[in-house]
Structure formats: C-alpha cells, structure tokens
Design a protein around this ligand. Structure first.
Ligand code: ARG
Length: 320
C-alpha cells in the first residue's frame, strides 16, 4: 500500500513537472555557463576593425566566423556570436538564400588563413531563423538571425558563450565597448587575424542627424557606436559580429552582447559611426526561437517517457 502511495506521489510530481514545463517562462540564456568571460585579459592601450588591434587566441571566445563554401573555396562572409552550446547569433543581411549546407560556423579561430589552428571547432547548420520583420531591401531594420547548430559546441578556453542583455535595457551614451571581426582593415592591420577595437556608444538622435546627410535613417532598434571623428570602426566583413560591453554585477565582470554589426557609410569616416542591431530589443524573440526549439522538446519528451513508465508501474501495481 505504501508503495502505491509513493508511486501516486511520483506520478503526481511528474505530471506537475510536465505541466509546469509548459507554462514556465521561456528560459533565459544570460548567465549560460559563465558567459561573457575571456581568460585572456587585455593588456596595454587599445588603438583606435579599421584601426584595431590583433587579438590573442581566445581573447574573444564567443566570436564565430560564418563561412560560405562556394565552388570549392571557403570564405568568411560574416562574424557571429555564440550564445549557448547550440546557437549562434548573426546579422540577417549576411545571407542570400544560400543552401544551409553551404554555410558553416567556425569557432576558436584567430588566424582565418591558418587551417591548422588547434582550437578550432567547425559546425554545420541545422536551421537558420532570421527575424520575420527583416526586409532585404529596407533600411536594415531587424538585422538579426539565429543559427542552430547540428551538434553541440564544446566549450573550451577558446570557445565560450557571450551573455545577453535584459530585454529593453540600454547602454549609456559614451560607454566604451568592444567590436571584433575579420573584416576590411583598410590597410590598418592584418585582415587574417581577428581584430578588435574600442568604440563608444553614441546618442541615437545625434547619430540619426549625422546619417540624414547621406539619406540613411537609423532604425529605432539600432545603436550607433564609434567616434564623431571616425578613425576606428567596423567595416565590410565584420557584419554579424559582436559589439560587447562590460558589466559588473555583484562583483563579477562579464561582457554582454549589446550589438550586432549591421551597417555604416564607408568605414571609420567622420560622423559616420558603425550602426549595430540593438540586441536588447530582441531578447524576447531570441528566447522564443531558442526556447521553442528541440532543446525544450527533448526535455518534454524525456518527462513524457518517464511518465509512461510510471503509469505502467502504477497499473501493474494496482492489478496485482
Ligand atoms: N555591412 C557591413 C558588412 O556586411 C558592415 C559595415 C559596417 N560598417 C561600418 N562603417 N561600421 O560587413
């Protein structure tokens, strides 16, 4: 009789687990496995990915290279950021309806020209979900895509996820942040080694005013970062890559993904800072896409299998 009670309790708790799983708030990934920390600390002054500094191996461990294979050759078309062990976030404008099988994600890369780098992991895409309101011929609004990998990323010293900000949060104007990528350096550095630079968050209205001069509008959910006088900036090929800002919460400091390199007018020019998709406006969407994927389906199906077993035991117990 006791065991019937115990089983009834187990059954009830599993049912409760399955049911509450359904209604639970979508999972957050902000603090996924010590996100946003690099074991390689920055030293010395940062020069002002035009006018950047060459990174050390593992310095920006969330940095992904989005690689397109076409006609037997591989090229890095964009950057991206690891947000957890199954997903990479990048820009929507990086793609042109290429088949998924032509795109791969390289992690742990420092020198993109060196195929023998020891820390690399190469992953394939299971799916690509771009923001539904990204319009190819529009003003780059909602320039964000999520890439689901076919196998799990294994975290190492050189490969780690970045933290995500809270939905609706904002960085303050003037805050110093870091951009990185293998894009065009305009002869200010080595295009093969991952470059990084410090850029400063610029007021949206001020930036919109500057861009009006060239007939470009800055979408509401984009942020500008760089310098009024130019000089340092992301450039062609850096798109999709991270703009990260440091944040200290109860004594521990980590980098948060605040922007995704989206567009600009020229590179590093006066009053034409880089323009980045504002990640904090897309957290609910990211949670929705990532949370509704197979990870949670897997979780549910295990709970269901367990539930079936318990039902069987319960019935057997009741009959005999
Ligand atoms: N659209 C570019 C790309 O596809 C990124 C340009 C960034 N430009 C800038 N001035 N910050 O790589």
């Amino acid at each position: 009789m006791n065991s019937v009670i115990i089983r009834a309790f187990l059954l009830y708790s599993t049912l409760y687990h399955v049911a509450s799983d359904e209604v639970q708030a979508t999972p957050r990934f902000t603090n996924e496995d010590d996100c946003g920390v690099s074991v390689i600390s920055r030293s010395g002054a940062i020069s002002r990915v035009v006018n950047g500094t060459a990174s050390a191996q593992g310095q920006w461990p969330w940095q992904a290279a989005i690689v397109l294979s076409s006609g037997g050759s591989l090229s890095v078309i964009c950057g991206g950021s690891v947000i957890n062990n199954k997903w990479v976030v990048t820009a929507a404008h990086c793609f042109n309806n290429e088949p998924l099988s032509d795109i791969s994600v390289f992690l742990g890369v420092n020198d993109k020209s060196n195929g023998n780098e020891a820390n690399r992991q190469i992953l394939q895409l299971e799916s690509k979900t771009c923001h539904p309101n990204y319009t190819e011929n529009g003003n780059f609004a909602n320039d964000i895509c999520l890439l689901r990998l076919t196998s799990d990323v294994s975290y190492t010293t050189y490969i780690r996820p970045i933290c995500l900000p809270n939905q609706g949060s904002s960085e303050s104007v003037g805050q110093s942040c870091i951009v990185s990528g293998w894009g065009e350096t305009e002869n200010t550095g080595n295009n093969n080694i991952l470059q990084y630079a410090e850029v400063s968050i610029i007021d949206h209205t001020l930036c919109s005013g500057w861009y009006q001069a060239v007939g470009l509008s800055i979408p509401e959910n984009h942020i500008c970062a760089g310098y009024e006088l130019g000089g340092t900036d992301t450039c062609q090929g850096d798109s999709g890559g991270p703009l990260v800002c440091q944040q200290t919460v109860s004594g521990s400091t980590s980098y948060i993904l605040q922007g995704i390199t989206s567009f600009g007018s020229g590179c590093a020019e006066v009053r034409r800072p880089g323009v980045y998709t504002k990640v904090s406006e897309y957290i609910d969407w990211i949670d929705e896409v990532v949370g509704s994927s197979a990870t949670s389906i897997e979780r549910h199906s295990w709970a269901l299998v367990f539930l079936c077993f318990q039902c069987c035991f319960f019935v057997i117990q009741a009959v005999y």
